[in-house]
Design a protein around this ligand. Structure first.
Ligand code: NBP
Length: 479
């Protein structure tokens, strides 16, 4: 046995992670894949890595020093269960199995419990940054026990991205906490991408600028408070010209957005936790709407406004869009962190929200300057109930809100869908409202279902005898 760490699953993510591990001083990496060809190929292509290949799980286990540590990078779901079962057969108590795939956190909770009973440690770890991140430095979100973190921490710190001198990895919390946080990361990514897409669409329709000209706008935005990987790559995509037609690539790409399901998980989980992640939900639904060509075809002639956007000052309009984007982005992140806070409370995790924002500053898809402001907010007030009420964001929203309203107004009047911009604004105004029409909902619920209500002026739970004489009686609290 000579390897201190192993990787199972050598498709694009696993092979890049294995190469990243092998490039760090002191690591010898054992590699295994279900079908032999991927292992052979990786070992042949990268002699410099000094991989120790194996072609059975027994051989794989024998090639690792004790306590054995192995990272699984296979397709989430049944494939992951199959590999875990195989490793449990050949590993011993004290060894560590890490699942680096995009597993659903409830699967991770279940697996951690089952594996723990064998005495083997199981760590569900979110890995973000795609293939390039896996190779050069991802953002890593490990869950699992404190004991496994002692062994894993130094290895993970050595391969993670570095942001402002700090490795983008922290022990997020126990069992499924890492995969939960990775799930929300992806949900925020959906919202961020949708907001950028809405901004592009409005600028294009409002100013008539070409995609290449809009690329310059995004490149300019990337030098300010919106600086982020997603803004940067947006400029690159918009600048790209299709070799075949000579058209902007964005104009020849079919306008139906795909999804692998992590956005939907974030929304489903938020619904069951009762957390309003409306920006993430709208972004997820916007992808679904785009991907129903049959419905879009029959809806094309639905009545719409006669006038399109009427923009007199293109630069001023673009600045309004930028501010609307920034404000909506603050909402999306605030909602995402709210989901993490609620998830931690529900599942009994202790999650340092400031530390989470810091490990997202490098390596991952949503890396951005802005995450420093989130870290500052939680450093100043770890128990902050609503992120967007931190002083920095209050100032930013104060600067942006007028433009944000103007953009939502204009897009609605011109019949241009801006679901993430407008739902974020509605959320913001919902939070701000002194009174919400939820009072009327309570009245309706009491009317048809005797669900009772509370009063603003005295304690207790009440019910109006709607089908009787409509007097109010004190009731038992039945929600
Ligand atoms: P894939 O998700 O395409 O999975 C392919 C790998 O799974 C191959 O090694 C394949 O082995 C193995 N596998 C399957 Br499928 N069924 C198996 C089974 N029953 N037993 C053993 N191995 C099995 O690979 P990927 O795109 O590299 O992603 C790996 C993980 O990382 C996924 O969970 C993914 O969601 C996650 N992730 C991906 C990204 C990204 O940007 N792509 C980013 C972050 C996380 P074979 O070669 O024998 O078929």
């Amino acid at each position: 046995a000579a390897a201190n760490i192993g990787v199972v699953g050598l498709a694009v993510m696993g092979s890049n992670l294995a190469r990243n591990l092998a490039s760090r001083e002191g690591n010898t990496v054992a590699v295994h894949n279900r079908s032999r060809s991927k292992t052979d190929e990786l070992v042949a292509d990268h002699p410099e890595a000094g991989f120790i290949p194996s072609f059975s799980y027994e051989e794989f286990a024998a090639s690792l020093t004790v306590p054995r540590t192995a990272v699984i990078m296979v397709k989430a779901g049944r494939a992951t269960d199959a590999v875990i079962d195989a490793l449990v057969e050949v590993f011993e108590p004290g060894d560590i199995i890490v699942d680096g795939g995009n597993s659903l956190f409830t699967d991770t909770i279940r697996r951690e419990k089952a594996v723990r009973e064998t005495g083997i440690n199981f760590v569900g770890m979110g890995v973000s940054g795609g293939e390039e991140g896996a190779l050069l430095g991802p953002s890593l979100m490990p869950g699992g026990s404190d004991a496994s973190w002692v062994t894993l921490g130094p290895i993970l710190k050595s391969i993670a991205a570095v942001a402002e001198g700090e490795p983008c990895v922290t022990h997020v919390g126990h069992d499924g906490a890492g995969h939960f946080v990775k799930m929300v990361h992806n949900g925020i990514e959906y919202a961020d991408m949708q907001l950028i897409a809405e901004a592009y669409d409005l600028i294009r329709r409002g100013t008539g600028k070409t995609p290449a000209e809009i690329a310059d706008v995004f490149a300019e935005w990337n030098t300010g408070e919106l600086e982020s990987y997603l803004i940067e790559i947006t400029a690159e995509v918009l600048r790209q010209v299709d070799a075949e037609t000579g058209e902007p690539l964005v104009d020849v790409i079919l306008d139906q957005a795909g999804a692998k399901g992590t956005g939907a998980w974030t929304v489903q989980t938020a619904l069951s936790l009762g957390v309003p992640v409306s920006g993430i939900a709208e972004a997820t639904f916007a992808r679904s709407l785009s991907s129903h060509p049959e419905q879009r075809a029959v809806s094309r002639d639905l009545p719409g406004p006669v006038e399109g956007l009427n923009v007199e000052d293109a630069d001023a309009f673009i600045e309004q869009v930028r501010l609307a984007l920034y404000a909506s982005k603050i909402v999306a992140y605030s909602q995402g962190f709210d989901e993490i806070r609620a998830g931690a409370a529900e599942y009994g995790w202790t999650i340092d929200l400031g530390a989470v924002s810091k490990i997202w500053r490098g390596g991952c898809i949503i890396r951005a300057q802005f995450l420093n402001r989130i870290a500052d907010a939680y450093d100043a007030e770890p128990g902050l109930p609503v992120l967007l009420t931190a002083p920095y964001f209050v100032e930013a929203l104060g600067r942006a809100q007028e433009a944000w309203r103007a953009i939502v107004q204009q897009s609605a009047a011109a019949g241009i869908p801006a679901p993430a911009f407008s739902s974020s604004l509605a959320y913001y105004d919902g939070l701000r409202a002194e009174r919400l029409p939820a009072a009327l909902i309570q009245g309706q619920r009491d009317f048809f279902g005797a669900h009772t209500y509370k009063r603003i002026d005295k304690d207790g739970t009440f019910h109006t005898l709607w089908s009787g004489d409509r007097t109010e009686v004190e009731a038992e609290d039945t929600h």
